[in-house]
Design a binder for this molecule. Structure first.
Ligand code: SF4
Ligand code: FES
Length: 216
């Protein structure tokens, strides 16, 4: 089968704005968007994009695919286009493009740093976590920091979406000295958090479901 890939190109040294470039590629039913992007790259090695694991773990292949932000390695071409169809790839919205599909993720990681994204251990805690606590941590702990939520939804509060997910993960961790106090910084109400939960469930490629957490 054939596919026209329309890919955003941007060279900061030569382009004022993003321009779209077309690549004609062959594809098979089981192939992902990242697979066909590699075929475009074989035609044109100047094409820049991030990827590493090719299995939905590293989060680096996040981009705007057709009509929304998705992981290229986890999105099947056949779910978005048919034989002779067209697929449009753009950089993640809300981030400054650096080159082609590569964006500046510094603001994303800066926001994460602001919530102190590690466990501040309760003095003397033995480190053991009960199974029910572990189950509450598990959902938000599966975040792969892909940036798709930051690109596609609003947290409704003071911290960006992925930082909010990290904050919730730490707020429900019994080993963390700040615990539920961490939620103060979010400025969210119960309704706001519930709205975010629903938006996240719709957009997150890992299908993260946030546990209940006290808003102290
Ligand atoms: S919460 Fe989901 S969408 Fe957001 S950064 Fe983590 S894995 Fe990506
Ligand atoms: S390449 Fe790692 S998540 Fe897609």
């Amino acid at each position: 089968m054939r596919l026209t890939l329309r890919v955003a190109r941007y060279d900061p040294g030569a382009d004022v704005d993003i321009r779209m470039q077309k690549y004609l590629v062959e594809w098979e039913r089981q192939e992902t968007v990242l697979d066909v992007l590699f075929k475009a790259w074989q035609q044109d090695p100047t094409l820049a994009f991030r990827r590493s694991c090719r299995s939905g773990i590293c989060g680096s292949c996040a981009m705007f695919i057709q009509d929304g932000p998705r992981l290229a390695c986890q999105t099947l071409v056949g779910d978005l286009a048919g034989d002779g169809g067209e697929l449009t790839l753009r950089p993640l919205p809300g981030f400054r493009p650096l080159k082609d599909l590569v964006v500046d993720l510094d603001p994303f990681f800066d926001a994460l740093k602001q919530v102190i994204p590690w466990v501040l251990t309760v003095p003397g805690h033995d480190g053991r976590v009960a199974p029910e606590d572990s189950r509450r941590i598990e959902g938000p702990a599966t975040c792969i920091l892909c940036g798709i939520c930051d690109a596609g939804i609003d947290s409704g509060g003071n911290v960006r979406p992925a930082a909010l997910v990290k904050n919730v993960r730490l707020a429900v961790d019994p080993r963390d000295a700040l615990g539920a106090q961490r939620m103060k910084v979010t400025g969210l109400t119960e309704e706001g958090l519930q709205t975010f939960r629903q938006l996240l469930a719709r957009i997150c490629p890992k299908g993260i479901e946030l546990p209940a957490v006290a808003l102290e």
